[in-house]
Each structure stands twice: as structure tokens, then as C-alpha cells.
Design a protein around this ligand. Structure first.
Ligand SMILES: Cc1cc2nc3c(=O)[nH]c(=O)nc-3n(C[C@H](O)[C@H](O)[C@H](O)COP(=O)(O)OP(=O)(O)OC[C@H]3O[C@@H](n4cnc5c(N)ncnc54)[C@H](O)[C@@H]3O)c2cc1C
Length: 377
């Protein structure tokens, strides 16, 4: 499936085509002359209190592949306050594949707020004209991508699972789940620039850093004053409960599904996870039943994970769960039904009752790890 996304209603924007035919049938799929000069694959580098979100590096890895296919360059875009370490982040971005860094500093860019960041990013896009703009599908990225795409009157494909260049049109072919995850659709923005997409953390692999890579940095300022901004940033109060569950970046995950049958039985999943030093994941029905927190849901409407080991107990392997965990290095499935779909893509399958298999695994791993630590001592 291929369709051009609907741009928002017309507003003053030099990048927008003058005339737009009404209706889907008459939609213009030709790139207007004045947008043909747009070149470069940009990644918005998301940072907060001195830390860059890993999704930005993952996106740089994807941007590198896209730019190499197009024979173009990779740009890292950094917005922040004058005392934030944008040059340090830019240097790190070069190691992950960026060729150029576009930094914008201004006191009103310290701490994310939609209005100044939207203006800053749209100003940079209008000035340097990148062909593609990628953002992480995080809270910040989702908020910013929508308002930037609307302001620039261009298309945005959210929550992509794959990005590539269409060999015929040379457009960004952005693939994402649709119809409740039962189908994948590929969307191309043919007549507007930049082509925008967001990707969730861990959907793409982390690129290898190359410390020898460097690049050029361009500095810009925003020119906006505090009185122009409606939202005020008064204070930052950390949520004591956030970041206690870090599924996307866990190396080992033990996940349980409805086949665990009760919250009591689900404790067996936690016990194996404790012995392995793993995170606990779950399917949507388990979250909906209130057995575990929402943050533990893996899948299309939950988290995307990429652990070295994913143990799935009592999970059928529905497509909406699969899209969130199939990139795991090793998947071990425990299910009573030998025909469960999860066995089609698991690397190792145990046909058996999870209520018996999980305690056996917990005991075996605990004994093995205890023996190893005795040997080390
Ligand atoms: C729009 C949309 C978005 C969705 N998003 C998500 C999502 O993000 N994540 C997600 O997980 N789901 C999601 N779903 C739900 C998804 O379609 C499935 O319903 C869900 O993944 C199934 O969960 P499950 O495997 O726990 O349960 P079931 O499908 O009921 O499977 C239970 C499995 O346990 C096995 N079993 C039973 N007893 C035992 C036992 N004693 N030992 C071992 N195995 C046993 C059964 O054979 C069965 O295979 C979404 C659905 C929709 C429509």
C-alpha cells in the first residue's frame, strides 16, 4: 500500500506548492521544482538534562543508510540553551554517522517546550532545506514532529518500523503497522519536503560508534523572547516511579502472557527475571487485567524491545505482540500448544506448562549462577 499523507490546511510557507488539487484522485504526486533543491537526511537529536536519548543514535544509523543510498549527507540537529553541551553532543553524533551538525542555541530553548522548538526546527529546515527529517517516537519527538510537520505543511509518518529509499521515486518509503497491526503499509510523501518520520526507540539497531569520524558544525540563533511563549517552565520535578522499568534497553526480558492464567502464577515470571537480573514484560491482555503495570507491555501499543534474550511464557505470539519483540537476538517460547504462532518465529521452543517450566528454569539458573560465583570466588 502506498499513499501520500494529507498535509494540513494552507498557511504561509515558502516550501508549500502554490496550488493543490482537491480530492484524493486529483492529488499531485509530482515534486514541485522549488522543492527539488532539498538535500540531506536530518535527525533531531533529543537531549534532556545532559543526556542524549539513545533513539537519536539509532536514527543516525538509519539516516546513514538512507543518505548513502541517495548519495547525500547526514545532518544532526541540536537545539538547546547556551549553557547546554550541544558541541559535545554534535561530536558524538559524528561518531554515529552524522556529517554535519546544525546547532541552535537560545535561552528559551533550555528545557523542551513545543513553541520555541517548533519555531527553531522549522526555521532551520526552511534555511538549510533537508530532504528527510527523522525524530524519535518519544513523548518529545511525537509532540514536536506533529507541530513541525503541520507548520511546514508536509507529511509525517509516525511510529515507523522500517525506513528505506524507494528505488523508483527516490522518496522515503516509511513502513508502519496499520489496521490494528494486522497489515503493514508503506507511506511516501511525494510532493512535499521534508519527508518526515518518527521511529520508536529500539526499532532500529544501535550503530557502531566510530571515534575517528568528524564533521562540520553550523551555529544559528532563534531570535525569540520569553514573552512570546505561552508555556512557562517553572521547575523540573522528577517522577520517582519513572525509569524504574526500562524494557526497551534491557538485555534480558522474561515476559508472560494470558497463559499464566492468574496474577498469582505471574509471580513465577518475576522470580525467573529476578534470578536472571532481567526485566519483566507482558502482553496487552495481562496489562488490561491489571496483573502488571502498563509500562511492562511489549508490542505495537506497548514498548519495542531488542534484548539478547527474550523468554515468552504463555504468550500466543499475536502480530501485535510480535512486532514489539521479534528483533530480540534469542527468543525462547514456552507454550502448551505446539501450534501456537510464537513457535513460528521463536529460536527455541518448549512445549509445556509454564507453571512447571518456569520454576524448573528458575531453579536451574539459580544453581548454575551460584556454582559460577563459587568458581570465581
Ligand atoms: C490495536 C491492537 C493493538 C494491540 N497491541 C498489543 C500490544 O502492544 N501487545 C500485545 O501483547 N498485544 C497487543 N494486542 C493484543 C493481541 O492481538 C493479542 O490479543 C495478545 O497479544 C494476546 O496475548 P496473550 O498471548 O497473552 O494471550 P492469548 O492469545 O490468549 O495466548 C495465551 C497463550 O498461552 C498459552 N497457554 C495457555 N496455558 C498455558 C500454560 N499453562 N503454559 C504455557 N502456555 C499456556 C496458550 O496456548 C496461548 O497460546 C493488540 C490488539 C489490537 C487489536
Amino acid at each position: 500500500m502506498s499513499e501520500a499523507p494529507k498535509p494540513a490546511a494552507a498557511a504561509a510557507n515558502p516550501a508549500a506548492p502554490a496550488k493543490r488539487p482537491a480530492g484524493r484522485a486529483g492529488r499531485n504526486t509530482e515534486l514541485p521544482e522549488h522543492l527539488k533543491a532539498y538535500k540531506g537526511v536530518w535527525v533531531f537529536i533529543e537531549h534532556d538534562r545532559g543526556h542524549v536519548h539513545s533513539v537519536s543514535w539509532e536514527l543516525l544509523g538509519e539516516a546513514r543508510k538512507l543518505a548513502d543510498t541517495l548519495g547525500s549527507y547526514v545532518g544532526a540537529v541540536l537545539l538547546g540553551g547556551p549553557d547546554e553541551h550541544l558541541d559535545k553532543f554534535a561530536a558524538e553524533a559524528f561518531t554515529y554517522g552524522a556529517d554535519k551538525a546544525f546547532t541552535m542555541t537560545d535561552p528559551v530553548l533550555k528545557g523542551y517546550r513545543n513553541e520555541p522548538f517548533t519555531k527553531g526546527l522549522t526555521d532551520l529546515v526552511n534555511k538549510y532545506q533537508p530532504e528527510i527529517l527523522l525524530l524519535g517516537a518519544t513523548s518529545m519527538g511525537r509532540d514536536l514532529a506533529g507541530s513541525v510537520a503541520t507548520t511546514l505543511l508536509t507529511g509525517l509518518t509516525a511510529d515507523c518500523t522500517e525506513l528505506r529509499i524507494d528505488p523508483v521515486s527516490k522518496a522515503l518509503a516509511a513502513t508502519r503497522p496499520t489496521f490494528g497491526g494486522s497489515l503493514l503499509c508503506t507511506i511516501m510523501t511525494l510532493a512535499y519536503r521534508p519527508q518526515m518520520a518518527t521511529m520508536r526507540p529500539r526499532t532500529a539497531p544501535m550503530p557502531q560508534a566510530d571515534a575517528s569520524r568528524t564533521g562540520t558544525t553550523t551555529h544559528d540563533t532563534l531570535g525569540m523572547v520569553e514573552t512570546q511563549i505561552v508555556t512557562k517552565l517553572l521547575d523540573f520535578i522528577a517522577d520517582a516511579n519513572s525509569n524504574t522499568i526500562n524494557l526497551p534497553y534491557a538485555d534480558v526480558i522474561v515476559s508472560g502472557g494470558k497463559g499464566m492464567k492468574s496474577p498469582e502464577n505471574f509471580k513465577l515470571v518475576f522470580e525467573l527475571a529476578r534470578v536472571l537480573g532481567a526485566e519483566v514484560g507482558a502482553t496487552r491482555p495481562v496489562v488490561q487485567a491489571g496483573w502488571v503495570e502498563t509500562d511492562r507491555q511489549v508490542g505495537q501499543t506497548g514498548k519495542t524491545v531488542r534484548p539478547k534474550l527474550y523468554i515468552a511464557a504463555g504468550i500466543s505470539g499475536a502480530i501485535q505482540h510480535r512486532v514489539g519483540m521479534e528483533a530480540s537476538d534469542v527468543i525462547v517460547a514456552i507454550n502448551t500448544d505446539p501450534n501456537a504462532p510464537i513457535f513460528d518465529f521463536a529460536h527455541y521452543g518448549i512445549v509445556g506448562n509454564a507453571m512447571q517450566v518456569l520454576p524448573a528454569l528458575t531453579q536451574a539458573f539459580a544453581a548454575h549462577l551460584a556454582q559460577r560465583s563459587r568458581q570465581v570466588a
